[in-house]
Design a protein around this ligand. Structure first.
Ligand code: T4K
Length: 395
């Protein structure tokens, strides 16, 4: 299945953490390896505005990810806002309610009306079969999310976009390094947006990027993220300050050296969870598609009615055991106050998203987990289940 499976690393310090086990934890390289980068920054005094580390990271990421152009940003949210500006998107944009709130916020920041379309219950991604019915004369674009790093049906979405002359902007915040049929998923659509936030597979503390397909577009985006400046005296657009600093870019260069090893660790954690949790009644494990190279960024499990505890009861019991699993994505974006009045936000039009939002819990998944940590998570789930079977009312 994976280009990385041959390099699976073992993850096995013996002791479970005494600290809470969080859903994720940022990888940090050894501090001494970062010091030479800091010394260069201190010596040059170039801190931002497209310095050498910024240029190097853009080139290194383009090569690693297999994409033509990378425009670095301070975070993915400002990159989403800028991508919509760069493509001059207005009116209505079709998107998913099953995501982090930044996806839809980027639309409101541009005065665009989000139109929510339900998800496919198997993939958690926007259901292409339901997109056409949501298109109106005001629709200008589709903004899907590769949820948990699982590729959307980019072919079906591309066909709809071509038929109706719509732009496609992928929120690829979860999809660092993800490939589909041997190609980077980041090349689908008009633009893709990555997040390098502390909680992501590849982190630069804060950071993000727009992936685009031609140099002219890259230049336009680079102007937009720098207030619209082209040179000292020329401003060509109402740009914003979205630039990544040299500190973050230098860290990214260092992080990139270890990324394959970190992805391999995630893969091995995913494998261990599967061994421990498969066959438990009422728990559905994530099914990654055979033809994709995913990044194991999350381990979302579904708690069905055959499990003796509700998802929320399990969430609380894990918390009591020091395991801070998270209910991504609950509440849905469409349930937040600035969205719930929209016609497309009504509960009956989004049944699959609501069901997923009630049933999914993301277990801890990050390269810092030991085998003992994973065992503790799995044992806690099984203990909670056994206890609930014996004492259903208490559960
Ligand atoms: N689109 C999508 C689909 C996204 O998922 C996101 C972000 C965006 C767009 C926007 O990207 P950025 O603008 O952020 O680049 C987290 C992240 O803050 C957020 O970036 C992410 N999605 C979302 C899915 O998850 P929270 O509220 O869960 O974060 P928090 O602070 O509770 O962190 C979760 C756990 O991670 C903590 O329990 C401990 C650990 N952690 C976190 C941070 C920040 C650390 O160990 N160290 C840290 O510095 O939102």
């Amino acid at each position: 299945m994976s280009r990385r499976s041959s390099t699976i690393a073992s993850v096995s310090p013996p002791q479970a953490s005494t600290q809470p086990i969080t859903v994720t934890q940022p990888h940090l390289p050894p501090l001494e390896e970062f010091l030479p980068y800091l010394e260069q920054i201190w010596a040059s005094k170039v801190l931002t505005n497209g310095g050498p580390f910024h240029r190097q990271l853009e080139a290194a990421l383009a090569t690693y990810l297999g994409v033509p152009h990378v425009c670095l940003f301070a975070n993915a949210t400002i990159a989403l806002v800028t991508a919509l500006q760069a493509l001059r998107i207005t009116g209505e944009v079709i998107t998913t309610p099953y995501s982090f709130v930044a996806t839809a916020h980027s639309l409101l920041w541009n005065g665009i009306k989000p139109v929510f379309v339900d998800i496919d219950p198997q993939t958690f991604n926007i259901d292409p079969a339901k997109i056409e019915a949501a298109i109106t004369p005001q629709t200008t674009a589709i903004m899907p999310v590769h949820c948990y790093g699982r590729p959307c049906d980019t072919e079906a979405i591309g066909r709809i976009a071509d038929n109706y002359n719509l732009k496609v902007i992928y929120d690829a915040a979860h999809a660092f390094g993800v490939q589909h049929q041997g190609q980077s998923v980041l090349n689908a659509g008009d633009m893709s947006i990555l997040s390098f936030h502390a909680t992501k597979v590849f982190n630069t503390f804060e950071g993000g990027a727009i992936i685009c397909q031609d140099l002219r577009t890259k230049q336009h985006i680079d102007h937009l993220k720098n207030f619209g400046f082209v040179d000292e005296v020329t401003v060509v657009a109402t740009g914003i300050n979205g630039k990544m600093s040299e500190f973050n870019a230098a860290l990214g260069l260092l992080q990139l050296r270890q990324i394959d090893e970190l992805l391999a660790k995630r893969h091995s954690i995913d494998t261990i969870y599967r061994e421990r949790l498969s066959g438990i009644q009422g728990i559905a494990l994530p099914e990654w598609p055979e033809e994709a190279d995913v990044n194991w960024s999350y381990f979302p499990i579904r708690i069905g009615t055959e499990f003796p505890l509700s998802r929320d009861a399990l969430y609380l019991q894990l918390k009591a055991a020091g395991i801070l699993a998270r209910r991504y994505f609950h509440p849905l974006i469409s349930e937040f106050p600035m969205y719930r009045g929209l016609p497309s936000a009504q509960v009956n039009s989004l049944p699959n998203a609501h069901k997923a939002s009630r049933e999914v819990i993301c277990l801890p998944q990050h390269p810092g987990l030991s085998t003992a940590d994973i065992d503790h998570v799995c044992m806690s789930i099984m203990t909670a289940s056994e206890h609930a079977k014996r004492l259903p009312l208490a559960a």
